[in-house]
Write a protein that binds this ligand. Structure first.
Ligand code: NDP
Length: 465
């Protein structure tokens, strides 16, 4: 039996709550397969990724990288007299996301599904109520795709800080900013603001940014951020904030205080499940508040599914899209498909940029005997200048030219390279397969196929030269 059943007992086959990456894909594909679908969104169509995440972030990263280009332009003979206007960037970003929002909306309307601008509350396994209009709706299946929101630590004066949501639309470019966190958002925004000329400080409770990433990537990024002028304060948190005139004063856990124009929290994101009525319907939540689902995105209530950030699996747009797509395949196209979350290429759009697929060195070393190949060099674009930034490429393989277990790249173009090398890693390519590939010269990526002897190895979990 497939999931089509509207007209029998229910108003719809499927009601999707949330028009972000996962919800939009699931709704559109389900409608294409003949389901009667409505999608309910309380904010803007497009979700975090389009409206206040990946898309505007990448645009701002581009904006911030001009300073690097201007920095080295002189070494190529250019004279550049540059200045930056924040309101122009904000306005142009807004134009672009408005265009994308319209495109998303048009794509949703194409297969004939209904878009409802309201807030939905789940009232039972097959029913919701719209908060604005009071309308009750029923469906054979509900899909919760409500995403997440920034988590702000519960400290006195937290309301004087902002999150990434507000950072995109600050009325003026701050002169100074303090960013708390050591994850994706903290280092990406530190990159953006430092590149735009803002005096930037990053405060992190750990001892090096990007916990969980390969150590070489972490240390390489740390060096890159420092070279860009980002001040790093480790093993410290913001204990409280207060307002002093126009500035926000941050009082640190070590007793030091300092004023900033803006203080931003980038301390993780949590699932949007509060006030959704999920408990009423009997949906089980994980400890962090996300919805517990099985491999097919089905919750503990068989008629209720969930995809994307709200499930707390991998908080990444392409993963949400894949989960939404496979949900539609499973329910409405007779193909039971589960998303493989084991090999997910990921990138951090910091400066330097990081791209990663597969295991870190520490993880791989516990999986058996491995060889590690690492190279560090100045990107060619910088060789005419005095810049000393280093690019790092690292390959982790099973011993003796066996399967490639992990690829880690830090430097220009890392994200683009990892997207492609991810295909090979996903297919189970070996070091010998990489070596058979003819190098493309002059590129940075050619280093991945020209490694000779390992830099070092691990045997019985022990590092050997
Ligand atoms: P992350 O989970 O990546 O990082 C959160 C950071 O905040 C960590 O450094 C964490 O420290 C720290 N932290 C958590 N709680 C506290 C606290 N109470 N006090 C002080 N510090 C705290 O979350 P982000 O907010 O950076 O991003 C959310 C998610 O969004 C990412 O995990 C990623 O999946 C996704 N994302 C992806 C991007 C991409 O693909 N390029 C870009 C942006 C976001 P600790 O390390 O000690 O736990």
């Amino acid at each position: 039996m497939n999931g089509l059943g509207a007209g029998m007992d229910f108003d719809y086959d499927l009601l999707v709550i949330g028009a972000g990456s996962g919800g939009v894909r699931a709704a559109r594909m389900s409608a294409t397969y003949g389901a009667k679908v409505a999608i309910i969104e309380e904010f803007r169509v497009g979700g975090t990724c389009v409206i206040r995440g990946c898309v505007p972030k990448k645009l701002y990263v581009y904006a911030s990288r001009f300073s690097d280009q201007f920095d080295i332009a002189g070494s190529f003979g250019w004279q550049v007299d540059a200045s930056f206007d924040w309101p122009t960037l904000v306005a142009n970003k807004e134009k672009e996301i408005t265009r994308l929002e319209a495109a998303y909306t048009a794509n949703l309307e194409k297969p004939g599904l209904e878009i409802i601008k309201d807030r939905a509350i789940v009232t039972g396994p097959n029913s919701i109520r719209l908060v604005g209009s009071g309308r009750e709706m029923s469906a054979r299946h509900l899909l919760v795709a409500t995403g997440g929101h920034p988590f702000i630590p519960d400290i006195p004066g937290a309301e004087f800080g902002i999150s990434s949501n507000e950072a995109f639309d600050l009325p003026t470019l701050p002169r100074t900013i303090l960013i708390e966190g050591g994850g994706y958002i903290a280092v990406e925004f530190a990159t953006i603001f430092a590149g735009l000329g803002v005096d930037t400080t990053l405060i992190y409770r750990g001892d090096c940014v990007l916990r969980g990433f390969d150590e070489d990537m972490r240390r390489g990024l740390e060096a890159g951020l420092t070279a860009r002028g980002v001040r790093l304060i480790y093993q410290t948190t913001i204990a409280s904030l207060d307002k002093v005139g126009d500035a926000v004063r941050a009082n640190f856990s070590d007793g030091v205080s300092a004023p900033y124009d803006v203080v931003m929290f980038a301390t993780g994101r949590r699932a949007n499940t509060a006030g959704l009525g999920l408990e009423t319907a009997g949906v089980k939540l994980n400890e962090d508040g996300s919805i517990a689902v099985d491999a097919y995105s089905q919750s503990s209530v068989p008629s209720i599914y969930a995809v994307g950030d709200v499930t707390g699996r991998a908080q990444l747009t392409p993963v949400a899209i894949r989960e939404g797509w496979y949900f539609a395949e499973t329910l409405y196209n007779g193909k039971k498909l589960a998303v493989d979350h084991s090999v997910i290429p990921t990138a951090v759009f910091s400066e330097p940029e990081i791209g990663v697929v597969g295991l870190t060195e520490d993880e791989a070393a516990t999986h058996g005997d491995i060889d590690v190949y690492v190279t560090r060099f100045r990107p060619m674009q910088n060789t005419l200048s005095t810049r000393s930034d280093r690019m790092i490429l690292k390959l982790i393989t099973e011993k003796d030219e066996g399967r490639v277990l992990g690829v880690h790249i830090l430097g220009p173009g890392a994200a683009e390279m990892i997207q492609l090398v991810g295909i090979a890693v996903g297919m189970g390519a070996t070091k010998a397969d990489f070596d058979r590939t003819i190098a493309l010269h002059p590129t940075a990526a050619e280093e991945l196929v020209t490694f000779k002897a390992p830099s070092y190895s691990y045997r019985d979990c022990k590092k050997v030269a």
